[in-house]
Structure formats: C-alpha cells, structure tokens
Design a binder for this molecule. Structure first.
Ligand code: ZN
Length: 58
C-alpha cells in the first residue's frame, strides 16, 4: 500500500482532509488540506484495471 501521498509535504503529518475528488478512467485526483499547517496539495491515485493482466506476454 502506498500512503505517501497522504502525508503533508510541509509538516509530514497525516492529519488532513479531502477538499475535492475527481476521478477519471486512469486515476483519482484528490485535493487535500493539512489540518495542522493548512498546506494544500494534490494526490493522484492509480485506478486498478477491472481485468488485471499479470505476467502475461503480449
Ligand atoms: Zn501540514
């Protein structure tokens, strides 16, 4: 699991809220705001494909 994007880039706490969420077929974009220092940043989360193809040679 990758939770690095949820950490505040300024004060490194995980104390933040989501201001806005926008999803596309490829990723979910979230606007976050730190509750401690009020820094704002954006995270992008990969959307897993419905049919994961692993280890298959094309
Ligand atoms: Zn912060």
């Amino acid at each position: 699991m990758n939770e690095a994007g949820m950490k505040c880039p300024q004060c490194s706490t995980f104390n933040n809220k989501i201001l806005q969420t926008r999803s596309s077929p490829f990723h979910i974009k979230r606007r976050r705001q730190c509750l401690d220092c009020e820094a704002r940043w954006t995270t992008y989360e990969r959307v897993r494909p419905c049919n994961p193809v692993e280890g298959e040679s094309v």
